[in-house]
Design a protein around this ligand. Structure first.
Ligand SMILES: Cc1cc2nc3c(=O)[nH]c(=O)nc-3n(C[C@H](O)[C@H](O)[C@H](O)COP(=O)(O)OP(=O)(O)OC[C@H]3O[C@@H](n4cnc5c(N)ncnc54)[C@H](O)[C@@H]3O)c2cc1C
Length: 325
């Protein structure tokens, strides 16, 4: 049963910030993740603050520097279908098109996609796990087939967003507004590793609002893509998601970003693969070496060793698709 809470729909960002400031209030964007969390009592809130009356948080505009500004309340469908996103950052359009189901994409927002809570069944279930303030990650000795193979420390969740790894690969920033002012944070620094704090997913402080996502102008020769591997073809979270942003120059890779979803508690950058790709021709041998390198440093649990060949294969196939295009 849904617990009781007050519901408010402020008419300005300033009013929203005032209501959020004292604490015990949560942001409601599309509600596709939030309402489940409240119903399942993953966390509690006295007040739910809807963003639906804030038109300035909606829409996609070209920025002065040639990049794009996407309002946090823009739906995932709008991101997937927008002609500018498709032309400038096809990897982001692809990732958005892979989120959940059409209904979830029509209701869910880009801001909510970046701020959503992890799907771990212990965290979402009746377990007082470390993410809820306990002292145990039940996944370590439990059912851990969907948990992380990189970056697990005290907590072994995987980061669930499909858009976050692509935004990180594209070197996007999030614009944040709060009681102490405004700031831009690179998406690569927005999510918090369990080793730093196992009880929070993002750097958002109490009362802060993610208001937009800022994408830099795409460099010439940019090739961006996203490949999601899931257990079934209908809606499902990524077992492994591979986001690539390669800058190609005269047949060689001049800059590489390789970021994964579904394998670590935060979007996970494969720096060793990026280093290997940089300065090389993208040919079959380079792709083979990149796939081999991708699993170095992985630390699978008892039931998720299968993610290693899955990740290797996804990277190999996605790089091969870029080579063939
Ligand atoms: C069945 C199902 C399948 C799903 N499949 C996928 C999937 O395949 N891939 C995927 O990436 N996601 C998936 N999701 C997760 C989620 O629904 C989507 O990511 C969606 O985009 C979340 O957006 P929302 O606007 O509905 O967020 P909400 O539910 O409104 O919010 C989610 C969280 O973020 C906070 N929040 C929202 N907006 C802001 C903001 N602007 N500033 C600060 N905090 C904010 C909320 O307080 C809440 O804690 C799935 C969810 C369900 C229920």
């Amino acid at each position: 049963m849904m617990p009781q809470f007050a519901y408010t729909r402020p008419k300005s960002i300033d009013d929203a910030l005032k209501i959020l400031a004292p604490g015990n209030a949560v942001v409601h964007a599309g509600g596709t993740d939030l309402l489940g969390c409240l119903r399942e009592r993953v966390f509690e809130a006295k007040t739910v603050v809807s963003l639906s009356d804030l038109p300035e948080l909606k829409g996609i505009q070209k920025a002065k520097d040639g990049g794009l500004r996407i309002g946090a309340l823009t739906t995932i469908s709008e991101v997937a279908e927008d002609p500018l996103v498709r032309a400038m950052y096809p990897g982001l359009a692809k990732a958005a098109s892979e989120v959940g189901s059409p209904q979830l994409r029509n209701q869910g927002t880009l801001g909510g996609n970046l701020c959503q809570k992890p799907r771990c069944w212990y965290y979402r279930g009746d377990f007082h796990c470390i993410r809820k303030g306990g002292d145990t990650c039940y996944a370590v000795d439990g059912e851990n087939q969907f948990h992380c193979i990189f970056g697990g420390d005290s907590c072994y969740i995987v980061h669930p967003s499909d858009t976050a790894p692509v935004l990180m690969a594209l070197e996007a920033k999030v614009h944040i507004e709060g009681p102490k002012g405004k700031r831009d944070v690179p998406v690569g620094e927005f999510h918090v590793q369990p080793s730093k704090d196992p009880q929070r997913e993002t750097v958002l402080a109490q009362g802060e609002l993610l208001t937009s996502v800022l994408l830099p102008p795409p460099p010439g020769g940019l090739r961006s893509s996203y490949r999601k591997v899931r257990a079934r073809q209908s809606w499902d979270f990524a077992l492994v998601g591979v986001a690539l942003a390669l800058v190609m120059s005269t047949g060689k890779v001049s800059r590489a970003r390789v970021v994964l979803s579904g394998v670590a508690p935060v979007p996970w950058r494969l720096r060793a693969v990026e280093e290997l790709l940089t300065g090389r021709e993208l040919d079959a041998e380079t792709i083979r070496l990149a796939a081999e390198t991708s699993i170095k440093g992985a630390n699978p649990l008892k039931h998720n060793v299968y993610k290693l060949p899955l990740m290797k294969g996804a990277i190999e196939e996605e790089l091969t698709a870029i080579l063939a295009a």
